[in-house]
Design a protein around this ligand. Structure first.
Ligand code: OFO
Length: 169
């Protein structure tokens, strides 16, 4: 059975994952109308779906452990970005914020001696390591490319491999 404190903290994470999904959905919609970003667009759509899956996993866990998962209202995400660099920088910053939030949940689970939740959260801990690493690689590449059009073309082509390999889950 979840403590009230643990349940409230997990429900906050439901909101964060749902909001993440919304943020990446907006990035996808913006990227879709930019020229030559087909694979980047697909990456953002997939990332959005994956965040929804992270949210659902939490909802099931909370309900299975005797709590009640609250489906939250969402804020309007940023709709446009000055450049692809800005979008990926926002993505990295967002993931760093998510990692902090997951770490905070791990702290709470230990404080509550809730080892089942602690164990459940390990999946998110590993996931965040991967997501942050991927976002950093993409940001580094984009920084090197700058405004170079052929570089951006190659970047989009590279993202195809990330999509096929299932990165950013
Ligand atoms: Fe990318 O964040 Fe979910 O966990």
């Amino acid at each position: 059975m979840l403590s009230k404190k643990m349940q409230d903290a997990l429900n906050k994470q439901v909101l964060i994952e749902a909001q993440s999904s919304q943020v990446y959905l907006a990035m996808a919609s913006w990227a879709e109308i930019q020229p030559g970003l087909d694979n980047v667009t697909e990456f953002f759509y997939r990332h959005s779906d994956e965040e929804r899956m992270h949210m659902l996993k939490l909802i099931h866990f909370i309900n299975e452990r005797g709590g009640f998962a609250v489906v939250p209202a969402l804020a309007q995400p940023a709709l446009t970005y000055p450049s692809i660099q800005h979008a990926f920088k926002a993505l990295l910053e967002h993931e760093i914020h998510v990692s902090e939030s997951i770490n905070n949940l791990v702290d709470i689970s230990l404080g509550e001696k809730d080892y089942a939740t602690h164990n459940f959260l390990q999946w998110y801990v590993s996931e965040q390591i991967e997501e942050e690493a991927l976002a950093r690689v993409m940001n580094d590449k984009l920084e090197l490319i700058g405004d170079d059009k052929s570089g951006l073309y190659l970047f989009d082509r590279d993202v195809l491999n990330v999509n096929v390999a299932g990165g950013g889950q």
